[in-house]
Design a protein around this ligand. Structure first.
Ligand code: UN1
Length: 508
């Protein structure tokens, strides 16, 4: 009988409706799209998917809004983002709770995700006065040579379930101050947090007298996103998700000479050297590998540990794993919530089977826990010692599996580290400066993010976020990622009465 879960789901439904109301979202009309909670695996509410005409209309509205938005001075555009930050601050707990309900994140991480949104808003507000172009010395007298950054156009944002709101904010806060308008296609698994963000942003725009049409939301399956990918009015497609998704998106955007920003899979590793502080290392590893139930693109998936410290380190990690509370993310003290759905669980199970068939030794975890319902998937994070970096280790399995490999020589460790198709995040734990610097050098980690004495996940918004190889090469969030959201013009201005030609050419 499903009676207990039905009761639990009913409560979660009521909680969801209350949260949506408090976030200013009207209950959407029912439809074919199912908003579920991984806490019980059951449906919360249904809503309508956008059809092809609705997607087209959304792109049209965004393209129309762009014509005016691009002429609004950037510091004035920032007013919308400033107001959004205020609304997010006021609603941090409510939006965080909705993230917990929809994505299954524990409260601290869900609130942290909203914090990341507020942080990127602040970054974007400051950025609005720093969209700097350079001035270069002209080779000609009486001439000025400079570059100007202009708004790019409509940005299509495709985001994933695991960071349902922060990744949207990275893109949207920056795109808006850059003078772009946005059409957002969130993950099918997280339509409600998307509704809430959309509503907060439109409210922010209205409250500061800006055009709310600068942001459009479309909801539904992958085909909806594909329409965005193929529409030549969408100047930039910023897509976060699997390598497979990126492989579908990139050639299609390239075929129409659009711009892509891809943030795809990671298969992040940490090298632990003999001098590492094992207490600090253990804490860093446990958060990075087991946090968010292993469902971050920055999750630590591979451990490359010096043979001399492998025993004590793996002991410490497995002791910590045994203490981890796995369960309902709404409960105080729980550190690991559910997997998003059954497919994620199947992926984990089959990866573990393959790892064991390859000669892997399961040190701890990996088992499914008794959840509130057969539709909910709670697992204990797994630690597996591998004899070699086999095919399954080189793949990204979006679940909490940490593969441990040993090494004797740092060069070989770096080879192993880089010997996967993905290149997002990486860490070295060491107290030896030579080893740390080697890891960060040109012949060290080949990832977009390389850390020393901290884990692979939990990056701050101030740095550029993204990675190399199959991770897709894009950079979002801080640093100079804004340049991807703008177009550059090189300007030569002649303020003399002569017309000297470059390269000393005479044409008379
Ligand atoms: C993601 O998993 O897609 O660095 C983004 C982190 C977070 C962002 C992760 N700040 O783990």
């Amino acid at each position: 009988s499903h009676a207990p879960t039905d009761g639990a789901t009913r409560e979660l439904r009521e909680q969801t409706e209350k949260l949506l109301q408090r976030l200013g979202v009207e209950t959407p009309p029912p439809g074919e799209l199912s908003a579920r909670t991984p806490i019980t695996g059951r449906e919360l509410i249904t809503l309508r998917a956008s059809d092809s005409a609705a997607v087209d209309a959304a792109i049209t509205r965004a393209a129309t809004a762009f014509r005016n938005w691009r002429t609004v001075p950037a510091p004035q555009r920032a007013a919308v983002v400033r107001r959004l930050a205020a609304l997010l601050t006021a609603h941090q707990d409510e939006l965080g709770e909705l993230v917990t309900l929809e994505a299954g994140k524990i409260g601290a991480e869900a609130r942290g995700e909203v914090q990341e949104m507020i942080d990127i808003c602040e970054f974007a507000i400051g950025l609005s006065r720093q969209l700097y172009g350079r001035t270069m010395p002209s080779e000609r007298p009486g001439h000025r040579l400079m570059e100007t950054w202009h708004p790019l156009g409509v940005v299509g944002v495709i985001s994933a379930f695991n960071f349902p709101v922060a990744v949207w904010a990275w893109n949207t806060a920056v795109a808006l101050v850059c003078g772009d308008t946005v059409v957002w296609k969130p993950s099918e698994a997280t339509p409600l947090t998307a509704l809430a963000c959309h509503e907060l942003l439109r409210r922010a725009a209205r409250e500061v007298g800006a055009d709310p049409e600068v942001h459009q939301l479309i909801q539904g399956p992958a085909a909806i996103g594909e329409q965005l990918v193929d529409d030549s009015r969408v100047a930039l497609v910023s897509a976060t998700g699997s390598v497979r998704m990126g492989q579908r998106v990139a050639p299609r955007v390239a075929a129409r000479f659009g711009r892509c920003l891809l943030e795809l899979g990671g298969n992040n590793a940490a090298i632990v050297t003999p001098s590492a502080d094992l207490d600090l290392t253990t804490r860093g590893i446990v958060f990075a590998a087991a946090g968010t139930a292993g469902q971050r693109c920055t999750t630590l998936r591979r451990l490359i540990v010096h043979a001399s410290v492998a025993g004590p380190l793996l002991d410490r990690i497995s002791a910590a794993y045994r203490q981890l509370r796995v369960g309902n993310p709404l409960d105080e003290g729980v550190l690991v919530g559910p997997l998003i759905n059954e497919r994620a669980y199947d992926g984990m199970r089959s990866a573990l089977e393959r790892a064991l068939a390859d000669g892997g030794e399961l040190i701890c975890g990996g088992e499914r826990l008794e959840g509130p319902d057969e539709d909910a998937f709670y697992v204990r994070p797994a630690l597996v010692r591998m004899p070699a970096q086999t095919a399954v280790v080189r793949e990204e399995t979006f679940a909490p599996i940490l593969y441990a490999l040993t090494y004797h020589d740092l060069d070989a460790a770096i080879e192993l580290h880089n010997g996967v198709p993905q290149g997002l995040s990486s860490s070295i734990f060491t107290r030896d400066q030579r080893e740390a610097e080697r890891f960060l050098a040109a012949d060290g980690s080949d990832c977009g993010i390389a850390n020393v004495n901290i884990g692979t996940s939990g990056a701050e918004i101030g740095g550029a976020f993204g990675g190399e190889k199959q991770t897709g090469g894009g950079r979002e969030s801080g640093s100079d990622s804004w340049k991807t959201y703008m177009r550059r013009a090189t300007n030569t201005v002649n303020y003399s009465t002569e017309l000297p030609l470059a390269q000393g050419i005479r044409f008379e």
